[in-house]
Design a protein. Structure first.
Length: 487
């Protein structure tokens, strides 16, 4: 879309992530006193007087990563600097010049791009008197700002806009129209690898280390002339195993990414069983009525010993209330079927945005009731008078009845399945309310939710079928029956 980029760089713990959140106007990056929290490039659009640019947060220059990912972090910083039109070089106004500040200054001095020196954490005027020493870094007098106290933002924005090109600026309408696709799942299911294949660049760090991704990373890209946003999220782990603040914030941001997404790609590892975490995650996606796709990654490792139909049936038994969710089989490492999944996601977005006429909706309703009338409850027969579609994203249907209490969950699921089979909502969740005709207008009393049921154990496949684990790991070959029997 031609949106110019502004990169925030500097040593660890100078407040880059706080500055990023401040400029973006929302809490996106994790802010924590632990050095090296930010690893990937985080980006967000910023609007200043109808002029847009993309702000990018980066890891700390010279950071010593506890998982030995320092080189990967440095590479992400270089990529952000290469793409940026303006660099924000951030220092800590309270600490004075440090050796790492000098190292960062030397690296940036080789660039021909404009570099704006910012002295962050200047919470009051007394600190500003001591920032003159940063002139030694060779970038002129620093601009004193404070992300925590919101000081100096107007002047900073003015200076940024002075150095940005004015041509090819996107409009707010074009950015808002982007379809947001969230990538969620357990750790090490290949979400970051999939995102890099989708973006056709090393957009996020890929590692065998669990929990490499901590923030939710937004990546904007075009597909057939349409703008899309892929949201890579931190791997979800069982809530009882959340060890520290970083795990907690990563989990919270993953859940927020699901809530703001238009379509959710739920990643599963073809070489492992469906876990309790997967079931909880699927329930959270459905609780928010998000269109979803089960993306089975690492399919190449099965070596053709499992049929796609067989695995699909396995998923249907694990998630009996999600039988309408499509299943895609991919090998993200080789970019196999990656773009097909995106096409399917766009199709689901169209389904969730579809609106049907009241006439068509009631014709389907009459057919459902005539084929299978509501059962007797409390010595009364349930009656459905008419239906109307109240909203989209998700499709929301309101049924006017002689009493919501007369319709049990089984019959409500039957109605939703009928709507899904005969209306353009084949593969998405439907929100359905039952109201008493002429009664209270509070529709929440009769809301019908599609929630996962207790899964039925899958049958054990033939003993000869085996799944081979990743060659780089120490996992032994395990039989398919062993993988599935604990479901």
């Amino acid at each position: 879309m031609g949106i110019p980029k502004v990169a925030i760089v500097g040593r660890p713990n100078v407040g880059k992530s706080s500055l990023f959140n401040w400029l973006a106007g929302k809490r996106i990056a994790i802010v924590d006193p632990t050095p090296g929290v930010t690893r990937d490039r985080l980006s967000a659009p910023v609007d200043v007087d109808d002029r847009w640019f993309e702000i990018t947060d980066t890891g700390g220059i010279g950071v010593v990563d506890r998982d030995d990912l320092s080189e990967d972090v440095e590479r992400q910083i270089r990529l952000a600097v290469d793409e940026a039109a303006v660099i924000l070089f951030v220092v800590d106004g309270r600490d004075g010049i440090t050796p790492l500040d000098q190292l960062a200054g030397e690296k940036l001095r080789r660039l021909t791009k404009p570099v704006l020196l910012l002295a962050n954490k200047c919470d009051h005027a007394d600190i500003e008197a001591y920032v003159a020493e940063f002139i030694k870094l060779g970038y002129g007098e620093p601009l004193c700002v404070s992300a925590q106290q919101s000081r100096g933002k107007e002047e900073l924005m003015r200076r940024i806009l002075e150095h940005l090109p004015t041509d090819s600026m996107p409009t707010s309408e074009s950015l808002d129209a982007a379809v947001k696709i969230a990538l969620v799942g357990r750790r090490n299911t290949g979400k970051s690898t999939f995102l890099n294949a989708l973006a056709e660049e090393e957009r996020t760090i890929v590692s065998e280390v669990e929990g490499t991704t901590r923030d939710s990373v937004d990546v904007r890209f075009e597909r057939d002339g349409k703008l899309l946003v892929a949201i890579d999220t931190a791997g979800v782990r069982y809530r009882g195993k959340v060890k520290d603040d970083l795990d907690f914030y990563s989990l919270a941001r993953s859940e927020r990414s699901i809530r703001r997404a238009d379509v959710v790609l739920h990643f599963l590892d073809a070489m492992t069983t469906i876990s309790l975490v997967d079931k909880q995650l699927a329930g959270y996606v459905l609780e928010n009525y998000k269109p979803a796709i089960f993306v089975v990654n690492k399919w190449d490792l099965t070596e053709g010993q499992i049929a796609t139909g067989e695995y699909g049936e396995y998923l249907r038994k694990v998630f009996p209330s999600l039988d309408f969710v499509p299943v895609a089989f991919v090998t993200a490492k080789m970019a196999k079927n990656v773009h097909s999944v995106v096409n399917l996601a766009q199709n689901l977005f169209k389904q969730a945005s579809a609106r049907v006429t009241t006439g068509d909706l009631n014709r389907v309703l009459r057919m459902a009731v005539e084929t299978n009338p509501p059962p007797m409850r409390r010595n009364r027969a349930g009656k459905v008078y008419f239906a109307t579609q109240a909203a989209i994203q998700p499709p929301t249907i309101v049924l006017f009845t002689n009493g919501p209490e007369l319709f049990d969950n089984t019959y409500r699921r039957y109605l939703m399945k009928t709507f899904r089979d005969h209306l353009p909502f084949n593969d998405v969740a439907i929100k359905m309310y039952l109201r008493t005709r002429g009664g209270s207008r509070n529709v929440d009393d009769g809301e019908t939710k599609e929630t996962p049921e207790t899964p039925v154990p899958a049958p054990t496949p033939k003993p000869k079928a085996k799944l081979t684990g990743p060659t780089k790991s120490s996992k032994k070959k395990r039989e398919v029956g062993d993988l599935w029997k604990d479901v």
